[in-house]
Write a protein that binds this ligand. Structure first.
Ligand code: SF4
Length: 522
Protein backbone atom coordinates (compact mmCIF):
# COMPACT_ATOMS: atom_id res chain seq x y z
CA UNK A 1 0.00 0.00 0.00
CA UNK A 2 0.99 3.62 -0.53
CA UNK A 3 0.52 5.54 2.69
CA UNK A 4 0.84 9.24 3.58
CA UNK A 5 1.57 9.98 7.23
CA UNK A 6 0.39 13.52 7.85
CA UNK A 7 1.30 15.90 10.66
CA UNK A 8 -1.28 18.71 10.49
CA UNK A 9 -0.51 22.27 11.55
CA UNK A 10 -1.14 23.41 15.12
CA UNK A 11 -2.83 26.69 15.99
CA UNK A 12 0.57 28.38 15.95
CA UNK A 13 3.66 27.41 13.99
CA UNK A 14 6.34 26.70 16.59
CA UNK A 15 9.85 25.59 15.78
CA UNK A 16 9.81 22.62 13.45
CA UNK A 17 10.29 19.45 15.46
CA UNK A 18 11.07 15.99 14.17
CA UNK A 19 7.87 13.87 13.99
CA UNK A 20 9.44 10.84 15.69
CA UNK A 21 6.17 8.96 16.01
CA UNK A 22 5.55 9.16 12.26
CA UNK A 23 9.13 8.16 11.46
CA UNK A 24 8.70 5.08 13.64
CA UNK A 25 5.37 4.14 12.08
CA UNK A 26 6.95 4.65 8.66
CA UNK A 27 9.79 2.29 9.61
CA UNK A 28 7.27 -0.42 10.55
CA UNK A 29 5.23 0.09 7.37
CA UNK A 30 8.33 -0.10 5.21
CA UNK A 31 9.51 -3.27 6.94
CA UNK A 32 6.09 -4.79 6.16
CA UNK A 33 6.53 -3.98 2.45
CA UNK A 34 4.55 -0.74 2.17
CA UNK A 35 5.54 2.64 0.77
CA UNK A 36 5.22 5.69 2.98
CA UNK A 37 5.73 9.42 2.86
CA UNK A 38 5.68 11.89 5.75
CA UNK A 39 3.88 15.15 5.04
CA UNK A 40 4.62 17.63 7.81
CA UNK A 41 2.46 20.71 7.34
CA UNK A 42 4.30 22.42 10.21
CA UNK A 43 7.02 22.99 7.64
CA UNK A 44 5.67 26.24 6.24
CA UNK A 45 7.31 25.52 2.88
CA UNK A 46 4.97 22.57 2.33
CA UNK A 47 1.97 23.97 0.41
CA UNK A 48 -1.47 23.51 1.93
CA UNK A 49 -2.66 21.61 -1.10
CA UNK A 50 -4.43 18.38 -0.20
CA UNK A 51 -5.07 17.09 -3.74
CA UNK A 52 -1.85 14.98 -3.82
CA UNK A 53 -3.03 13.13 -0.69
CA UNK A 54 -5.87 11.63 -2.73
CA UNK A 55 -3.35 9.57 -4.72
CA UNK A 56 -2.47 7.51 -1.61
CA UNK A 57 -4.27 4.32 -0.60
CA UNK A 58 -4.40 5.51 2.97
CA UNK A 59 -3.80 8.78 4.82
CA UNK A 60 -2.84 8.75 8.49
CA UNK A 61 -3.59 11.95 10.42
CA UNK A 62 -1.62 12.35 13.64
CA UNK A 63 -3.32 14.88 15.93
CA UNK A 64 -3.01 16.53 19.26
CA UNK A 65 -5.89 18.79 20.30
CA UNK A 66 -4.30 21.90 18.78
CA UNK A 67 -4.04 20.19 15.39
CA UNK A 68 -7.71 19.23 15.18
CA UNK A 69 -8.84 22.24 13.14
CA UNK A 70 -6.32 21.63 10.38
CA UNK A 71 -6.76 17.86 10.46
CA UNK A 72 -10.51 18.30 10.03
CA UNK A 73 -9.93 20.53 7.01
CA UNK A 74 -7.60 17.94 5.46
CA UNK A 75 -10.04 15.09 6.14
CA UNK A 76 -12.93 17.04 4.59
CA UNK A 77 -10.84 17.88 1.51
CA UNK A 78 -9.89 14.27 0.97
CA UNK A 79 -13.51 13.16 1.40
CA UNK A 80 -14.02 9.48 0.71
CA UNK A 81 -11.46 9.29 -2.10
CA UNK A 82 -9.02 7.45 0.17
CA UNK A 83 -9.07 5.68 3.53
CA UNK A 84 -8.29 7.82 6.57
CA UNK A 85 -6.88 6.69 9.91
CA UNK A 86 -6.64 9.12 12.84
CA UNK A 87 -3.92 8.72 15.45
CA UNK A 88 -2.03 10.86 17.95
CA UNK A 89 -2.70 11.87 21.52
CA UNK A 90 -6.13 13.45 20.95
CA UNK A 91 -7.44 10.04 19.85
CA UNK A 92 -6.62 8.72 23.31
CA UNK A 93 -8.02 11.77 25.13
CA UNK A 94 -11.37 11.89 23.38
CA UNK A 95 -11.79 9.34 20.56
CA UNK A 96 -15.52 9.99 20.45
CA UNK A 97 -14.97 13.56 19.26
CA UNK A 98 -13.40 12.21 16.06
CA UNK A 99 -15.49 9.07 15.60
CA UNK A 100 -18.73 11.06 15.82
CA UNK A 101 -17.54 13.58 13.23
CA UNK A 102 -16.02 11.00 10.87
CA UNK A 103 -17.81 7.68 11.35
CA UNK A 104 -16.33 6.20 8.15
CA UNK A 105 -12.75 6.66 9.38
CA UNK A 106 -10.55 4.41 11.48
CA UNK A 107 -8.90 5.63 14.67
CA UNK A 108 -5.90 4.39 16.63
CA UNK A 109 -5.71 4.69 20.42
CA UNK A 110 -2.23 4.68 21.97
CA UNK A 111 0.89 3.93 19.93
CA UNK A 112 0.16 3.45 16.27
CA UNK A 113 2.80 1.05 14.97
CA UNK A 114 0.89 -2.25 15.31
CA UNK A 115 -2.73 -0.97 15.07
CA UNK A 116 -1.99 0.75 11.75
CA UNK A 117 -0.44 -2.44 10.37
CA UNK A 118 -3.57 -4.31 11.50
CA UNK A 119 -5.86 -1.83 9.74
CA UNK A 120 -3.75 -2.10 6.58
CA UNK A 121 -3.96 -5.92 6.68
CA UNK A 122 -7.72 -5.67 6.89
CA UNK A 123 -7.93 -3.14 4.04
CA UNK A 124 -5.77 -5.41 1.88
CA UNK A 125 -8.34 -8.14 2.43
CA UNK A 126 -5.97 -10.33 4.47
CA UNK A 127 -8.04 -10.16 7.68
CA UNK A 128 -11.78 -9.92 8.38
CA UNK A 129 -13.61 -7.04 10.05
CA UNK A 130 -14.28 -9.31 13.04
CA UNK A 131 -10.54 -9.94 13.42
CA UNK A 132 -9.89 -6.21 13.25
CA UNK A 133 -12.63 -5.49 15.79
CA UNK A 134 -10.66 -7.43 18.41
CA UNK A 135 -7.27 -5.78 17.79
CA UNK A 136 -5.81 -3.58 20.51
CA UNK A 137 -5.70 0.13 19.74
CA UNK A 138 -8.08 -0.14 16.77
CA UNK A 139 -11.35 1.81 16.78
CA UNK A 140 -13.99 2.22 14.06
CA UNK A 141 -17.71 2.30 13.44
CA UNK A 142 -19.28 -0.81 11.93
CA UNK A 143 -22.91 -0.71 10.82
CA UNK A 144 -23.62 2.09 13.30
CA UNK A 145 -21.90 0.24 16.17
CA UNK A 146 -18.85 1.95 17.63
CA UNK A 147 -15.93 -0.46 18.17
CA UNK A 148 -13.46 0.99 20.66
CA UNK A 149 -10.62 -1.21 21.84
CA UNK A 150 -8.14 -0.53 24.64
CA UNK A 151 -5.08 1.51 23.76
CA UNK A 152 -2.05 -0.26 22.29
CA UNK A 153 1.49 0.28 23.62
CA UNK A 154 4.67 -1.43 22.44
CA UNK A 155 6.23 -3.55 25.15
CA UNK A 156 9.82 -3.15 24.00
CA UNK A 157 11.03 -0.23 21.89
CA UNK A 158 14.09 -2.24 20.91
CA UNK A 159 11.86 -4.61 18.93
CA UNK A 160 10.85 -1.76 16.63
CA UNK A 161 12.72 -1.14 13.40
CA UNK A 162 15.35 1.59 13.33
CA UNK A 163 14.08 4.98 12.23
CA UNK A 164 15.68 6.76 9.31
CA UNK A 165 15.86 10.55 9.67
CA UNK A 166 16.67 10.89 5.99
CA UNK A 167 13.05 10.00 5.21
CA UNK A 168 12.07 13.55 6.21
CA UNK A 169 11.76 16.09 3.42
CA UNK A 170 13.86 19.21 4.08
CA UNK A 171 15.78 17.41 6.84
CA UNK A 172 18.24 20.31 7.17
CA UNK A 173 15.44 22.60 8.32
CA UNK A 174 14.92 20.43 11.40
CA UNK A 175 18.61 20.53 12.25
CA UNK A 176 19.88 23.99 11.42
CA UNK A 177 17.50 26.25 13.24
CA UNK A 178 17.86 28.69 16.10
CA UNK A 179 19.62 27.33 19.17
CA UNK A 180 18.15 29.23 22.13
CA UNK A 181 21.09 28.57 24.44
CA UNK A 182 23.85 29.18 21.89
CA UNK A 183 22.73 32.07 19.68
CA UNK A 184 24.58 32.22 16.40
CA UNK A 185 25.18 28.46 16.24
CA UNK A 186 22.42 27.91 13.68
CA UNK A 187 24.87 26.59 11.13
CA UNK A 188 25.85 23.80 13.50
CA UNK A 189 23.32 21.01 13.59
CA UNK A 190 21.22 20.15 16.61
CA UNK A 191 19.26 16.94 16.79
CA UNK A 192 16.47 15.94 19.17
CA UNK A 193 16.11 12.18 19.43
CA UNK A 194 13.43 10.12 21.11
CA UNK A 195 15.23 7.63 23.32
CA UNK A 196 12.40 6.61 25.65
CA UNK A 197 8.62 6.78 26.00
CA UNK A 198 6.57 7.24 29.19
CA UNK A 199 7.77 8.13 32.67
CA UNK A 200 8.27 6.39 36.03
CA UNK A 201 6.66 9.26 37.93
CA UNK A 202 3.03 9.94 38.48
CA UNK A 203 2.46 13.71 38.38
CA UNK A 204 -1.28 14.26 38.38
CA UNK A 205 -1.35 16.87 35.58
CA UNK A 206 1.00 15.14 33.16
CA UNK A 207 0.19 13.42 29.91
CA UNK A 208 2.67 10.66 30.79
CA UNK A 209 0.63 9.72 33.86
CA UNK A 210 -2.43 9.47 31.66
CA UNK A 211 -0.52 7.31 29.18
CA UNK A 212 0.65 5.06 32.02
CA UNK A 213 -2.98 4.59 33.11
CA UNK A 214 -3.67 3.18 29.65
CA UNK A 215 -0.56 0.96 29.73
CA UNK A 216 2.04 3.36 28.28
CA UNK A 217 4.63 3.02 31.04
CA UNK A 218 8.32 3.91 30.85
CA UNK A 219 10.29 2.12 28.13
CA UNK A 220 13.72 3.06 26.79
CA UNK A 221 15.76 2.27 23.70
CA UNK A 222 19.14 0.63 24.18
CA UNK A 223 22.21 2.73 23.49
CA UNK A 224 23.11 0.39 20.61
CA UNK A 225 19.82 1.21 18.92
CA UNK A 226 20.27 4.92 19.58
CA UNK A 227 23.71 4.78 18.00
CA UNK A 228 22.46 2.86 14.95
CA UNK A 229 19.71 5.43 14.41
CA UNK A 230 21.78 8.56 14.98
CA UNK A 231 25.33 7.83 13.83
CA UNK A 232 24.65 8.35 10.10
CA UNK A 233 23.12 11.76 10.71
CA UNK A 234 25.66 12.88 13.34
CA UNK A 235 28.55 11.98 11.03
CA UNK A 236 26.85 13.00 7.80
CA UNK A 237 25.43 16.35 8.83
CA UNK A 238 27.84 17.55 11.50
CA UNK A 239 25.55 17.49 14.54
CA UNK A 240 27.03 19.53 17.41
CA UNK A 241 24.11 19.41 19.87
CA UNK A 242 22.17 16.29 20.80
CA UNK A 243 19.00 16.26 22.91
CA UNK A 244 17.89 12.75 23.92
CA UNK A 245 14.20 12.92 24.88
CA UNK A 246 13.79 10.67 27.90
CA UNK A 247 11.71 11.87 30.86
CA UNK A 248 13.87 9.83 33.22
CA UNK A 249 17.20 10.13 31.48
CA UNK A 250 19.34 10.30 34.64
CA UNK A 251 17.61 7.28 36.16
CA UNK A 252 18.13 5.25 32.98
CA UNK A 253 21.03 3.13 34.18
CA UNK A 254 24.19 3.58 32.14
CA UNK A 255 22.55 5.92 29.60
CA UNK A 256 24.08 9.24 30.79
CA UNK A 257 27.54 7.64 30.70
CA UNK A 258 26.87 6.13 27.27
CA UNK A 259 25.71 9.47 25.83
CA UNK A 260 28.67 11.22 27.47
CA UNK A 261 31.08 8.77 25.83
CA UNK A 262 29.29 9.23 22.51
CA UNK A 263 29.55 13.02 22.91
CA UNK A 264 33.31 12.82 23.48
CA UNK A 265 33.75 10.51 20.50
CA UNK A 266 31.65 12.61 18.11
CA UNK A 267 32.49 16.02 19.57
CA UNK A 268 28.98 17.20 20.39
CA UNK A 269 27.25 18.81 23.39
CA UNK A 270 24.15 17.37 24.92
CA UNK A 271 21.16 18.26 27.07
CA UNK A 272 18.58 16.08 28.81
CA UNK A 273 15.63 15.98 31.22
CA UNK A 274 16.24 15.71 34.93
CA UNK A 275 14.37 16.19 38.24
CA UNK A 276 15.19 18.39 41.24
CA UNK A 277 15.06 15.34 43.51
CA UNK A 278 17.84 13.58 41.55
CA UNK A 279 20.57 15.74 43.12
CA UNK A 280 21.34 13.19 45.80
CA UNK A 281 24.54 11.26 46.45
CA UNK A 282 23.42 8.11 44.63
CA UNK A 283 22.20 9.78 41.44
CA UNK A 284 23.85 13.15 40.73
CA UNK A 285 26.42 14.34 43.23
CA UNK A 286 28.84 17.22 42.67
CA UNK A 287 31.60 15.02 41.24
CA UNK A 288 29.23 13.23 38.88
CA UNK A 289 27.75 16.48 37.64
CA UNK A 290 31.19 17.96 36.98
CA UNK A 291 32.08 14.80 35.05
CA UNK A 292 28.93 15.10 32.91
CA UNK A 293 29.55 18.78 32.17
CA UNK A 294 33.18 18.06 31.26
CA UNK A 295 31.72 15.35 29.01
CA UNK A 296 29.54 17.78 27.04
CA UNK A 297 26.40 18.20 29.17
CA UNK A 298 25.43 21.86 28.92
CA UNK A 299 21.70 21.89 29.58
CA UNK A 300 19.13 20.14 31.76
CA UNK A 301 15.37 20.61 31.87
CA UNK A 302 13.57 19.99 35.17
CA UNK A 303 10.32 21.33 36.53
CA UNK A 304 8.99 22.46 39.91
CA UNK A 305 5.44 23.35 38.83
CA UNK A 306 4.20 24.85 42.13
CA UNK A 307 5.82 27.20 44.64
CA UNK A 308 4.06 25.73 47.66
CA UNK A 309 5.52 22.38 48.72
CA UNK A 310 2.24 21.03 50.05
CA UNK A 311 0.32 21.91 46.88
CA UNK A 312 3.19 20.68 44.70
CA UNK A 313 3.15 17.26 46.27
CA UNK A 314 -0.41 16.66 47.42
CA UNK A 315 -2.25 18.09 44.41
CA UNK A 316 0.27 17.89 41.58
CA UNK A 317 2.01 14.76 42.98
CA UNK A 318 5.33 16.19 41.82
CA UNK A 319 7.22 14.59 44.72
CA UNK A 320 9.80 17.37 44.85
CA UNK A 321 10.36 18.81 48.31
CA UNK A 322 11.81 22.25 49.04
CA UNK A 323 14.90 20.50 50.41
CA UNK A 324 15.39 18.84 47.00
CA UNK A 325 15.41 22.27 45.37
CA UNK A 326 17.97 23.44 47.96
CA UNK A 327 20.15 20.37 47.25
CA UNK A 328 19.98 20.93 43.51
CA UNK A 329 20.98 24.59 43.87
CA UNK A 330 23.86 23.66 46.17
CA UNK A 331 25.10 20.82 43.93
CA UNK A 332 24.97 22.85 40.73
CA UNK A 333 26.25 26.13 42.16
CA UNK A 334 29.17 24.48 43.92
CA UNK A 335 30.30 22.17 41.13
CA UNK A 336 29.67 23.49 37.63
CA UNK A 337 27.96 26.83 38.31
CA UNK A 338 26.79 28.72 35.25
CA UNK A 339 28.39 26.25 32.84
CA UNK A 340 25.16 24.29 33.10
CA UNK A 341 22.01 25.90 31.71
CA UNK A 342 18.78 24.94 33.46
CA UNK A 343 15.27 25.15 32.08
CA UNK A 344 12.52 25.02 34.69
CA UNK A 345 8.77 25.31 34.39
CA UNK A 346 5.87 26.17 36.67
CA UNK A 347 2.14 26.02 36.11
CA UNK A 348 -0.68 28.18 37.41
CA UNK A 349 -4.48 28.05 37.23
CA UNK A 350 -4.62 24.35 38.06
CA UNK A 351 -7.39 23.15 40.40
CA UNK A 352 -6.19 23.98 43.92
CA UNK A 353 -3.81 26.78 42.83
CA UNK A 354 -3.76 29.63 45.39
CA UNK A 355 -2.44 33.16 45.65
CA UNK A 356 0.02 31.99 48.30
CA UNK A 357 1.32 29.31 45.95
CA UNK A 358 1.98 31.93 43.26
CA UNK A 359 3.83 34.18 45.68
CA UNK A 360 6.05 31.30 46.75
CA UNK A 361 6.62 30.57 43.07
CA UNK A 362 7.82 34.16 42.50
CA UNK A 363 10.20 33.86 45.45
CA UNK A 364 11.61 30.57 44.13
CA UNK A 365 12.02 31.98 40.63
CA UNK A 366 13.81 35.03 42.00
CA UNK A 367 16.12 32.89 44.11
CA UNK A 368 16.89 30.34 41.38
CA UNK A 369 17.66 33.01 38.82
CA UNK A 370 20.15 34.62 41.22
CA UNK A 371 21.98 31.35 41.94
CA UNK A 372 21.73 29.33 38.72
CA UNK A 373 21.99 29.99 35.02
CA UNK A 374 18.32 29.36 34.53
CA UNK A 375 15.63 30.09 32.01
CA UNK A 376 11.95 29.58 32.76
CA UNK A 377 9.42 28.04 30.38
CA UNK A 378 6.30 29.73 31.58
CA UNK A 379 4.84 29.74 34.22
CA UNK A 380 2.31 28.13 31.94
CA UNK A 381 -1.41 28.19 32.40
CA UNK A 382 -2.71 24.72 33.27
CA UNK A 383 -4.03 22.76 30.33
CA UNK A 384 -6.23 19.89 31.35
CA UNK A 385 -6.02 16.47 29.76
CA UNK A 386 -9.39 14.73 29.88
CA UNK A 387 -8.90 11.54 31.87
CA UNK A 388 -5.80 12.70 33.79
CA UNK A 389 -5.81 12.36 37.58
CA UNK A 390 -5.92 16.12 38.10
CA UNK A 391 -8.79 16.61 35.66
CA UNK A 392 -11.01 14.71 38.09
CA UNK A 393 -10.71 17.68 40.48
CA UNK A 394 -11.35 20.14 37.70
CA UNK A 395 -14.90 21.36 37.06
CA UNK A 396 -13.86 22.89 33.75
CA UNK A 397 -12.44 19.55 32.65
CA UNK A 398 -15.70 17.77 33.37
CA UNK A 399 -17.21 19.66 30.44
CA UNK A 400 -14.04 19.22 28.42
CA UNK A 401 -14.53 15.65 27.28
CA UNK A 402 -17.48 16.40 25.17
CA UNK A 403 -17.19 14.08 22.22
CA UNK A 404 -17.57 17.28 20.25
CA UNK A 405 -14.73 18.21 17.93
CA UNK A 406 -16.05 21.76 17.47
CA UNK A 407 -15.76 22.36 21.21
CA UNK A 408 -11.99 21.86 21.07
CA UNK A 409 -11.57 23.81 17.87
CA UNK A 410 -13.44 26.85 19.18
CA UNK A 411 -12.44 27.04 22.83
CA UNK A 412 -8.71 26.44 22.95
CA UNK A 413 -6.12 29.23 22.61
CA UNK A 414 -2.79 28.98 20.78
CA UNK A 415 -1.08 27.58 23.85
CA UNK A 416 -3.82 25.03 24.43
CA UNK A 417 -5.17 26.97 27.40
CA UNK A 418 -8.93 27.49 27.42
CA UNK A 419 -9.47 31.09 26.26
CA UNK A 420 -11.56 31.79 29.35
CA UNK A 421 -8.41 31.50 31.50
CA UNK A 422 -6.26 34.09 29.68
CA UNK A 423 -7.18 36.94 32.06
CA UNK A 424 -4.90 39.81 33.16
CA UNK A 425 -3.47 37.97 36.14
CA UNK A 426 -2.69 34.91 34.00
CA UNK A 427 -1.04 37.21 31.52
CA UNK A 428 1.12 38.70 34.28
CA UNK A 429 2.42 35.31 35.42
CA UNK A 430 2.78 33.67 32.02
CA UNK A 431 4.27 36.64 30.15
CA UNK A 432 5.65 39.45 32.37
CA UNK A 433 7.20 37.18 35.01
CA UNK A 434 8.74 35.01 32.34
CA UNK A 435 10.22 37.95 30.39
CA UNK A 436 11.57 39.55 33.53
CA UNK A 437 13.42 36.62 35.09
CA UNK A 438 14.68 35.24 31.79
CA UNK A 439 16.71 38.39 31.24
CA UNK A 440 19.12 37.09 33.89
CA UNK A 441 20.03 34.08 31.76
CA UNK A 442 23.57 33.96 30.37
CA UNK A 443 23.94 32.57 26.88
CA UNK A 444 26.77 30.46 25.48
CA UNK A 445 29.01 30.86 22.50
CA UNK A 446 30.81 28.11 20.67
CA UNK A 447 34.56 28.20 20.05
CA UNK A 448 36.43 25.95 17.65
CA UNK A 449 40.08 25.06 17.96
CA UNK A 450 41.57 22.59 15.48
CA UNK A 451 38.26 20.86 14.95
CA UNK A 452 37.48 20.57 18.70
CA UNK A 453 34.55 22.59 20.00
CA UNK A 454 34.08 24.20 23.40
CA UNK A 455 31.25 26.22 24.95
CA UNK A 456 31.85 29.48 26.81
CA UNK A 457 29.54 31.83 28.64
CA UNK A 458 29.12 35.12 26.90
CA UNK A 459 28.10 38.49 28.22
CA UNK A 460 26.93 39.38 24.76
CA UNK A 461 23.17 39.78 24.59
CA UNK A 462 21.04 38.56 21.75
CA UNK A 463 20.60 41.27 19.14
CA UNK A 464 17.33 43.09 19.68
CA UNK A 465 15.51 45.63 17.58
CA UNK A 466 14.76 49.06 19.00
CA UNK A 467 11.12 48.08 19.41
CA UNK A 468 12.07 44.98 21.38
CA UNK A 469 14.41 47.03 23.57
CA UNK A 470 11.54 49.40 24.29
CA UNK A 471 9.34 46.42 25.05
CA UNK A 472 11.83 45.02 27.58
CA UNK A 473 12.28 48.48 29.08
CA UNK A 474 8.52 48.65 29.65
CA UNK A 475 8.55 45.17 31.25
CA UNK A 476 11.35 46.18 33.62
CA UNK A 477 9.61 49.41 34.54
CA UNK A 478 6.33 47.66 35.26
CA UNK A 479 8.15 45.06 37.32
CA UNK A 480 9.83 47.50 39.75
CA UNK A 481 7.05 47.31 42.40
CA UNK A 482 7.20 43.50 42.24
CA UNK A 483 10.97 43.59 42.76
CA UNK A 484 10.51 45.74 45.85
CA UNK A 485 7.95 43.27 47.17
CA UNK A 486 10.34 40.37 46.51
CA UNK A 487 13.10 42.23 48.34
CA UNK A 488 10.95 42.78 51.46
CA UNK A 489 8.70 39.75 51.03
CA UNK A 490 5.71 42.04 51.45
CA UNK A 491 2.54 41.06 49.60
CA UNK A 492 -0.24 43.19 51.14
CA UNK A 493 -2.71 44.47 48.47
CA UNK A 494 -0.87 42.65 45.71
CA UNK A 495 -2.68 44.24 42.77
CA UNK A 496 0.26 44.19 40.31
CA UNK A 497 -0.80 40.99 38.51
CA UNK A 498 -3.97 42.74 37.33
CA UNK A 499 -2.37 46.10 36.48
CA UNK A 500 0.87 44.75 34.98
CA UNK A 501 -1.03 41.96 33.20
CA UNK A 502 -3.44 44.51 31.70
CA UNK A 503 -0.55 46.73 30.52
CA UNK A 504 1.51 43.80 29.23
CA UNK A 505 -1.40 42.48 27.22
CA UNK A 506 -1.75 45.83 25.43
CA UNK A 507 2.00 46.28 24.95
CA UNK A 508 2.37 42.74 23.66
CA UNK A 509 -0.56 43.13 21.27
CA UNK A 510 0.94 46.36 19.90
CA UNK A 511 4.35 44.70 19.61
CA UNK A 512 2.85 41.67 17.81
CA UNK A 513 0.93 43.95 15.46
CA UNK A 514 4.15 45.84 14.69
CA UNK A 515 5.91 42.54 13.98
CA UNK A 516 3.13 41.34 11.73
CA UNK A 517 3.09 44.63 9.81
CA UNK A 518 6.87 44.67 9.40
CA UNK A 519 7.18 40.91 8.86
CA UNK A 520 9.54 40.50 11.87
CA UNK A 521 9.38 37.84 14.55
CA UNK A 522 10.27 37.91 18.23
S1 SF4 B 1 5.88 15.89 34.90
FE1 SF4 B 1 7.84 14.96 34.35
S2 SF4 B 1 8.34 13.62 36.06
FE2 SF4 B 1 6.15 14.07 36.23
S3 SF4 B 1 5.14 12.39 35.15
FE3 SF4 B 1 5.43 14.06 33.69
S4 SF4 B 1 7.33 13.62 32.65
FE4 SF4 B 1 7.27 12.39 34.53
Amino acid sequence: MKIALVNPRGTSTPELSIPHGLLQIGAELEAAGHEFKIVNYNDIDIPLNYEPLKSYDLVGLSVNTLQLAHAKKIAESIGDSTKIVWGGIHCLLDPESIMKSFPAHFLVKGEGEQPLLDIVRHLEGKESIDWLAARKGVCFTDKGRRIENDAFFNEDLNQLHDINYYRLDNLEKYLYSQNFYVPGAEKLGKLSILTARGCHWNCSFCINTLLARHGGTYRAKSFEKIRRETEPIIDGLGIRFLFPADEDFFLNKGMPEAIMGYAKEKNFFWGANCRYNYFVEKIINKGKLAEYVDGGLFFIGMSIEAGDEEIRNSILKKMVKDVHIDNAVDTIENSVGNRLAINTSFIINFPGDTQENRLKMLLIMDRLSRHLNIVFSGPQSYRTYPGSTLSELDNEAQGYKTGDMEYYIKSVSESGTPLSLMDNSTYFYTQAVNYFFNQRFKFFELHEDNGRFSLHLTTRKKKASLVRKLFLFAVNLLFIPVLIRLRFNFWGCFFEPFIVGWCMKRINNTFSLYQRLTGRHK
